[in-house]
Design a protein around this ligand. Sequence first.
Ligand code: SF4
Length: 382
Amino acid sequence: MKQQNQRPTRRIRVGGVEVGGDAPIAVQSMCATRTMDIDATVAQTHQLARAGAAIVRIALDNEKEVAALKEIRAQTAGVTLSVDLQENYRIADKVAPHVDKIRYNPGHLHHIEKAKTIRQKVKWLVDVARDHDLALRIGVNCGSVAPEFIEKFPGDQLAAIVESAAHHCELMNEFGFERFVVSLKDSDPAKVLEANRRFAERRPDVPIHLGVTEAGLPPEGIIKTRIAFEQLLARRIGDTIRVSLTLPNERKHEEVVVGHQIVSDVNAGRFISVPNFGAGLNIISCPSCSRVENEKFVELAQQVKKLTAYADRYKITIAVMGCRVNGPGETDDADLGLWCGPTTVNLKRKERKLGNFKYDAVLPRLKEEVDKLIAERSTAGN
Ligand code: SF4
């Protein structure tokens, strides 16, 4: 019989870690190092595991990186590893022998092998997972919703992501596969809260991985994460969590420390309350991963925060992303978006691209745009 405080989800095994049901909430994190840099990735995997990460995720999207992963696995025996397939689900069978779990994004399955149906692709991923004794994560993200669900739920992003996740769960059921978790992420804690609440109501049996993606720099990124996690965990929603903060590599383990702190605070009934948090300036920034294109990214996010502090009371959202692959899409909802390339930073205002700027030239240009937005909002009485 289930105890009152037990989460209603089924318990599954991810490598040596149990997730769901009455298992402790597993705090996980992700390497931000280049996967090709084996030494740095091995060191960061150990750094995260030492801080208490039950699962460490590594991003990977090409075959060259698979060779690096093999070596990373050899040097991190004992750590439960997950891999993020990003946009190339086709390499799943190559990475499978070296990890314990694979995350795929339902929004990234349509890009390749267009002649195959989504059902065929998911069936193949399930077969790979089964053959290699792996768990799967269906990782749905507001920034990359599968096109068929955007079309089906025009203007209702929450319905689109919840239905997309539920559909993939049904596929798992159809294929008789139970070792999977689901995540529904966004950078807005209110959306994360609502999406996970709705999903948990729909599929109370499925273990949930919680995350507020691109929460940004601490301390604001921690506050945003807490807003969603505290309320969800208090409702017994969430079996594994990842705190996504923009941090330099030497401080990356702080994500894990914060994750454990949140779990322990919720267990002890300690909740924070931040009246009107997010009512003014909102800076979103990604936690970076192996795709980050210039090591100056974290510094850039910090500079943006410092430079725009004067606009604190204005409702302006600025998004700072680490790469050109996800940068354009992940900045779509922001008033001003920046994403890094190897030598330049792209800047846009809503959908309008303003150009590429050298790292030292983008900040004054950004300030011009912030000033314009403030002037417009002041005129409009905001
Ligand atoms: S925006 Fe790019 S660099 Fe940042 S976490 Fe996402 S994929 Fe990685």
